[in-house]
Design a protein around this ligand. Structure first.
Ligand code: HOZ
Length: 428
């Protein structure tokens, strides 16, 4: 067993000062019956805790660190911008550069507004969709998580699913009367709702690859149906690519699946490990955002130069030829290794992967939606998590999250991980 004395000490102190001892609920590791490890530092694909334990990291700060921790180019970009200042609350060249890179990369984005988090991006995108259409109703899908804005905390994934919170106190009922949550991947169900309510629906928001109920890819025809039906009924289609943007392909899931949404939300990778979000879309829609239009949205730290610099440096790295092929190969090696190891130990697993994001479910069935995900063996996942942690493998402490591979992970790191999993599966 690894020694976690210092983490425990810090956790006790944190519990006195911070609700649940953490600044984001899943990190408390409650659902997997563990205490959080406190992090001291990280490098490449490794993360080190306060007790000096070293882990191979598959969380990557929940997705942003696609080039690994402390990538020299990202650190250099941050250091160099620090000589200019940390925040100006005024426009800079860096914002234009990152905006141009996003527009060049993401097929449907012609203009983009920077914000500070994924939550802010989705919240603003929904306001924009409502403003543009003059309609109120928002359609989302069960198990998708779009941050913690009131409207979207209905049948949500991520921490809400992890903690089995049906809906959050503090969200007035009237705020969610305009939210419809439908089963993910249910094409016929979706079409029926559009048929019935289409003219009232401002927007349909979706994770084009769900990553907050574990990883659940879209079934063929699902994203196509969302595009066709929203177009038919004059509703806005929002792809929440906070997780998939620059992750499943340089141009995100919309490039991978060839579907063009009206608005795209981004975050994580475009901030290179600094707090960033963004929303963008077709010019005539984005021109409705203040001050060009009248849909209001603002932010003191939006377009922060340090975050812009980290994002630009990251995008330059991942744009290099072969980057995604290598990442895909490494992740496939991991997923194949885990699947084989489980099979050899007689453990049923379903491992889903899109690009370098993956999810492992303890079940012998395919997982197509939130209900499927909820009925997997969560107790077994908890033991798996704790044993992998003790074997030096750092995973997200919930089945309702994704695993991320970075370019800092090599074949050797994957072999070490699979070897650890072989042992762990035998013990489950
Ligand atoms: N809910 C986010 C992951 N899907 C962030 C979790 C965290 O930062 O603790």
């Amino acid at each position: 067993m690894l020694n976690h004395n210092m983490s425990l000490k810090l956790y006790k102190r944190a519990l006195e000062k911070i609700p649940g001892g953490v600044n984001s609920p899943v990190r408390a590791c409650k659902s997997v019956g563990a205490d959080p490890v406190f992090i001291d530092r990280a490098d490449g694909c490794f993360i080190f805790d306060a007790d000096g334990n070293r882990y191979i990291d598959y969380v990557g700060s929940w997705g942003p660190l696609i080039v690994g921790h402390r990538h020299p180019a990202v650190i250099e970009a941050i250091e160099s911008v620090l000589n200019r200042g940390t925040s100006f609350g005024a426009p800079t060249d860096l914002e234009i550069e990152l905006a141009a890179m996003v527009i060049e990369a993401v097929p449907s984005v012609e203009m983009v507004r920077m914000v500070n988090s994924g939550t802010e991006a989705t919240m603003s995108a929904i306001r924009l969709a409502r403003g543009v259409t003059g309609r109120d109703t928002v359609v989302k899908f069960d198990g998708c998580y779009h941050g913690h804005a009131d409207t979207l905390l209905v049948e949500a994934g991520s921490g809400v699913a992890t903690l089995s919170i049906p809906g959050s106190p503090g969200v007035p009922k009237s705020f969610v009367t305009h939210t419809l949550s439908l089963p993910y991947n249910d094409v016929e169900g979706f079409k029926k709702v559009m048929e019935r309510d289409g003219e009232k629906i401002a927007c349909v928001i979706v994770e084009p690859v769900a990553g907050n109920m574990g990883v659940v890819p879209p079934v063929p025809g699902f994203l196509e149906a969302l595009r066709e039906e929203t177009e038919r009924h004059g509703s806005i289609l929002i792809f929440d690519e906070v997780m998939t943007g620059f992750r499943v392909a340089y141009g995100g899931a919309q490039q991978l699946y060839g579907i063009s949404p009206d608005i795209t939300t981004l975050g994580k990778i475009i901030g290179g490990g600094m707090p960033v979000g963004a929303y963008g879309g077709r010019r005539e829609i984005m021109e409705q955002v203040a001050p060009q239009g009248s849909v209001y949205q603002a932010g003191t730290l939006s377009g922060n130069p340090v975050a812009m610099a980290a994002g630009i440096a990251t995008l330059k790295e991942i744009k290099r030829p072969g980057f995604y092929d290598n990442l895909e190969n490494t992740t496939a090696q991991l997923v194949d290794g885990l699947t084989k190891a489980a099979r050899q130990a007689g453990i049923s697993v379903t491992v889903d992967r899109v690009g370098s994001m993956a999810g492992l479910f303890f079940t012998d069935r395919t997982v197509k939606n939130f209900n499927d995900a909820k009925t997997c063996d969560l107790d077994r996942f908890s033991s798996y998590y704790r044993k992998m942690l003790n074997s030096g493998i750092y995973l997200a402490p919930s089945q309702f999250e994704a695993l991320f591979v970075s370019s800092a992970h090599t074949a050797e790191h994957i072999d070490t991980t699979v070897a650890a999993a072989e042992k762990v599966f035998r013990e489950l």
